[in-house]
Ligand binder design. Structure first.
Ligand code: DGL
Length: 283
């Protein structure tokens, strides 16, 4: 069976933190990554707009015959996962919310879980609903507290991972969650792992941070393994040399630099795609 890639998409560059985890967890897999850099941010847009963008993003990835779709954007996962699943023609779709909520419920001791994300993710209540479901399943009592942290996105892109401005903003955003004495904090936005150091210092070292990319990558590995054992459908690629592709809808000046910083290794050169009634690779 020809080796098919995993399709991964995000509103822009933040999904590279998820790709980083996929590279570590399923190193033999080829990845086609789409960052919708022309329309970033999604986190401040309406649900209708995010759903339309998500449909167009999936259409692009399906054109590359992907065997699975990873929605490496918490905003899309929170507001448009159903759209993605409807579009996906039966191939597995992995969002960020479910795996991350399950990990947080497993990790918490006090049952007090904090959630941070974009305005759209927090407004959707998707994490709260997933945590409620997971805690029932696990027989645990959990209570959630949330805060939107929109300025973390540009701070991460600016690379201000150790900057006084980031510390002040983190203190402002996270104070209420610290006062609620959460013992577990979900980094519910793909950009936030870049600011993990500052977030951890602000919350205190006893608080466990849950990275949605790590939780989702584990689930991807499990699904591939299951399919492999069933010897049908989407084969796991262990021994092959993977080949990756990066597609973007606009090339911001610092895309390559920021992407490599998020990924922690060199990136294949990004190709630009444009939406002209359907997606076309620009030559
Ligand atoms: N990637 C988005 C997320 O994980 C953050 C950036 C945006 O607002 O588009 O929610």
């Amino acid at each position: 069976m020809p080796d098919r890639p995993i399709g991964v998409f995000d509103s822009g560059i933040g999904g590279m933190t998820v790709v980083k985890e996929l590279f570590d967890t399923v190193p033999g897999e080829s990845i086609v990554y789409f960052g919708d850099t022309a329309r970033l941010p999604y986190g401040s847009k309406s649900v209708e707009t995010v759903r339309r963008y998500a449909r167009e993003d999936v259409e692009l990835l399906l054109g590359y015959d992907v065997k699975m779709i990873v929605v490496a954007c918490n905003t899309v996962s929170a507001t448009a996962l159903g759209e993605v699943e409807r579009m996906a023609r039966g191939i597995p779709v992995i969002g960020m919310i479910g795996p991350c909520a399950a990990e947080a419920v497993r990790a918490t001791t006090s049952g007090r879980i904090g959630i941070i994300g974009t305005e759209a993710t927090i407004a959707s209540g998707a994490y709260e609903a997933a945590i409620e479901e997971e805690s029932k399943r696990a027989g645990k009592q959990c209570v959630t507290f949330s805060a939107a942290c929109p300025l973390f996105v540009p701070l991460a892109e600016e690379g201000w991972t150790d900057h006084l401005a980031s510390e002040l903003i983190a203190e402002e955003y996270l104070r209420s969650l610290r006062m609620k004495e959460v013992d577990t904090l979900i980094l519910g936005c793909t950009h936030y792992p870049v600011l993990e150091g500052i977030i951890q210092r602000t919350m205190g070292r006893r608080v466990q941070l849950i990275n949605s990319g790590i939780a989702a990558a584990k689930l991807v590995a499990e699904i591939l393994q299951r399919e492999h054992e069933g010897e049908e459908g989407i084969a796991v690629s262990e021994s092959k040399v993977p080949s990756h592709k990066v597609l973007v809808s606009d090339v911001p000046r610092k895309f390559q630099t920021i992407g490599e910083r998020f990924l922690g290794r060199p990136l294949p050169e990004a190709q630009r795609v444009v939406w002209k009634e359907s997606w076309t690779v620009e030559r």
